[in-house]
Write a protein that binds this ligand. Structure first.
Ligand SMILES: [Zn+2]
Length: 247
C-alpha cells in the first residue's frame, strides 16, 4: 500500500546520501527559509561507500535534513552502484513522486557525451530515473501506486564542468548552512578542520556561479526544456547590476 505523505513543493532525488546536499542543498535551505516544503529522497543508502555503514549514513542524512530544514527525507532502498534506468525502478520512482506530489523535482545530471569523462553510474542512471519517473508518475494507465501526478518542472544538478547551466540560484545567505549540511556526512568528508581542501572544493564550485547570480555563491541547474520567463526585465536586473565578465 502507498503510505500517505505530506505534499512537498520541491523534491530532490539523490542517488546517494550527500549528492543532493552538495548539488542543491543551498537552494533547498533557501527555499525552506522562504516557506517552501522541501524534501530529499535518497535512491540508495550509500551502502557501497568506503566510509561509514548504512546506520551511520542514515544518521548523517537526518542531521543534514535538520540543517536544511527539510520537511521529508527517506531512502528508497535501491542498490548502491546498481542503479539502472529500468522499467521496474522507474515505477518505484514514479510511485514515490506520486506520494509527495512535488511541484518541482530536482535530479542529478544524466548525460555522458563522448570526451566528457566518466561520472558515477548511479549519478547518470539516477538522473535518468528522475526524468522518466517524473514522466511515468502522470501516466494514469501505468501500474504505479497512487494518484497520477505531473510535476510542473524537473531540473538537474551536478553539472559537468563544461556544461553551461540553464540557470543559477544565489545561495550566499545560506552558504554556511549548505556547507554544514555537507559536513554532516562526516563518514565521507571528515570535518572541515580535518579536510579543508574539501571545503575549498565546494566553495570554489559555488563561487564559480556566484557572480552570474549577482551574489558570492550560487548553485547551477540544467533544464532540457525551455524555461519561460514571466518577467523579462526582472530576470535581466541581476545581469544589469552585476555584469559578469565574459567567459
Ligand atoms: Zn553520489
Amino acid at each position: 500500500m502507498t503510505k500517505a505523505a505530506a505534499k512537498l513543493d520541491v523534491l530532490a532525488i539523490s542517488p546517494h546520501p550527500d549528492d543532493a546536499e552538495i548539488g542543491c542543498g543551498g537552494v533547498l535551505r533557501k527555499l525552506a527559509a522562504q516557506g517552501a516544503r522541501c524534501g530529499i529522497v535518497d535512491l540508495t543508502a550509500g551502502e557501497m561507500s568506503s566510509g561509514g555503514d548504512r546506520e551511520t549514513r542514515q544518521r548523517e542524512c537526518q542531521a543534514a535534513a535538520k540543517v536544511l530544514q527539510l520537511a521529508a527525507r527517506e531512502c528508497l532502498g535501491l542498490p548502491d552502484c546498481g542503479l539502472e534506468d529500468s522499467y521496474e525502478y522507474r515505477l518505484r520512482v514514479a510511485a514515490m513522486i506520486r506520494r509527495y506530489r512535488p511541484a518541482v523535482v530536482l535530479g542529478t545530471y544524466y548525460d555522458l557525451p563522448p570526451g566528457r569523462g566518466l561520472g558515477h553510474n548511479d549519478h547518470i542512471k539516477g538522473g535518468l530515473l528522475t526524468a522518466h519517473g517524473a514522466n511515468y508518475a502522470h501516466l494514469a494507465k501505468l501500474p504505479v501506486e497512487g494518484e497520477p501526478w505531473h510535476p510542473a518542472a524537473v531540473y538537474f544538478y551536478f553539472l559537468p564542468p563544461d556544461l553551461t547551466p540553464t540557470f543559477v540560484v544565489d545561495v550566499s545567505e545560506y552558504y554556511e548552512d549548505w556547507l554544514k549540511a555537507i559536513f554532516c556526512h562526516e563518514s565521507q568528508f571528515g570535518t572541515p578542520a580535518q579536510n579543508p581542501q574539501v571545503r575549498h572544493f565546494f566553495e570554489s564550485m559555488a563561487m564559480r556561479w556566484g557572480r552570474w547570480a549577482g551574489g558570492q555563491y550560487a548553485q547551477a541547474f540544467y533544464s532540457p526544456w525551455p524555461l519561460s520567463l514571466r518577467d523579462v526585465l526582472s530576470a535581466a536586473q541581476v545581469r544589469m547590476s552585476e555584469e559578469p565578465e565574459h567567459v
